[in-house]
Design a protein around this ligand. Structure first.
Ligand SMILES: *Cc1c(COP(=O)(O)O)cnc(C)c1O
Length: 221
């Protein structure tokens, strides 16, 4: 199947309130153009400079999501145009995003990344750390960022029960933060979870945003 056909077959399977982020990392511009010509507009990348280059070269009505770990010194490359930063896991990074957003006279949407997997290596906060962050004076002073939800990655595994449990823990974290910090904030509504191997399971557990790469563009080498 072509890239556009892959996108359409995923869109047919998922509820209309779930957003598909087509993860085009490492893939050439031609692949993105093919998806674009098929009508798709929402893409995810995980390297700031690669994303900035693709932004420069491709149509400006594409909605770019940054989905990977972001170093503070690289925020500047994506701040002028990025639609959503999925994986924020420190106040230091938020302060830098806020600063770059101000410079560009815009507000940047962010998700807080949580560590929900059994693997040690993945980035992300736990609930206690998020409470401290969201309750801090530093956080409250940031006017140019908007926290619109949470993001997490399940363990890379075939164990469906484990993955389900991890997605459930992220949905629980979302509900907890919603009631403690965002009760009247309508914009706090996204749960970004689910990739090629597990997006249907993620949606069952409450995902509002799935990040799918290899099922659309083929495997990465
Ligand atoms: C690469 C990546 C994806 C997409 O993974 P696939 O298994 O190819 O769908 C999703 N989220 C993040 C954070 C990624 O880095």
């Amino acid at each position: 199947m072509s890239i556009s056909q892959n996108i359409n077959s995923i869109l047919e399977k998922i509820p209309s309130n779930v957003q598909l982020v087509a993860v085009s990392k490492t893939k050439p511009k031609e692949d993105i153009i093919e998806a674009y010509e098929g009508g798709y507009r929402v893409f995810g990348e995980n390297k700031p400079q690669e994303l900035a280059q693709k932004y420069k070269d491709l149509p400006k009505d594409i909605e770019w999501h940054f989905i990977g770990h972001l170093q503070t010194n690289k925020v500047k490359y994506i701040a002028p145009f990025v639609q959503l930063i999925h994986a924020v896991d420190s106040i230091k990074l938020l302060i830098e995003i806020n600063k770059q957003a101000e410079k560009n006279d815009r507000v940047i949407n962010c998700l807080l990344q949580f560590h929900i997997a059994a693997e040690e290596t993945k980035f992300g906060l736990n609930l206690e750390e998020a409470k401290t962050l969201l309750g801090s004076e530093d956080f409250k002073s940031l006017q140019s960022i908007r926290i619109v939800g949470v993001m997490g990655m399940a363990t890379y595994s075939n164990d469906e029960n484990l993955i389900r449990k991890e997605f459930r823990s992220l949905a629980f974290i979302f509900e907890s933060l919603k009631s403690w910090f965002f009760i009247n904030k309508e914009e706090f509504k996204e749960i970004s979870m689910g990739m090629s191997g597990d997006y249907m399971l993620a949606i069952k557990e409450g995902s509002t945003m799935i990040r799918v790469g290899s099922s659309i563009f083929g495997s990465r080498y």
